[in-house]
Design a protein around this ligand. Sequence first.
Ligand code: PGA
Length: 252
Amino acid sequence: MVNHSRKRLVIGNWKMHGDTVFNSELLAGLRSGIADASNCDVAVCVPFPYLYQVRSLLEGSGVSWGAQDVSRHEKGAYTGEVSAGMLADFGCRWALVGHSERRSYHGESDQLVADKAAAALAAGITPVVCVGETLQEQEAGQTHAVIERQLAPVLALGADSLAKLVIAYEPVWAIGTGKTATPEQAQEVHAAIRRQLNAAGVGQVRVLYGGSVKASNAASLFTMPDIDGALVGGAALVASEFLSIAAAQASE
Ligand code: PGA
């Protein structure tokens, strides 16, 4: 049974891709086809230097935009960091936090990720908190324990904060590998995340799936009751592919 009470959300994570010419073509493509995805909230999270370009090219399109990271600090001597207040200052709506590439290449801890989520919320930006286990952890049967550990400091932010954020479950072994979790595998983890959120007093948080989502597998993932949308990497760089994901119809 598909849960229709949470509006679907599809977010493109451009990662470190793009340039002004490429972005402008991609965004023109999104604008021209976005009407077909009217049952879905659609957003793109882009590299910092292009936020300004993306803001102007998406104006009035219905596609919202965000950053891929945010500082845990409000302001100060933190060279190279970008605060949530700066992002909010010119209208940024979303910030990814705790993407597995940041956890693994930048040593981001579970607590740091929760702090970043709190900083985003304090500035009025919606954090998309990414969690997910590695292949090794999955093979060792630790998936649920890892997700619980990663979520613990986020859950500690309390129900009021939780009600305003988005969770993305992205098994690390499925990111950029072409290996998607089966809808049933993903659903099992999403249901566990949902139970934890319910226990913390929040029912309507959107939980996205990420990891090699493409037009050909989106509908079957969206058919699962606890999968409320997708965080899309590679396929978000091709307008037609990304639009097909956003417009995918869950089969009943
Ligand atoms: P992918 O990336 O869709 O290319 O697997 C997803 C992500 O890392 O957010």
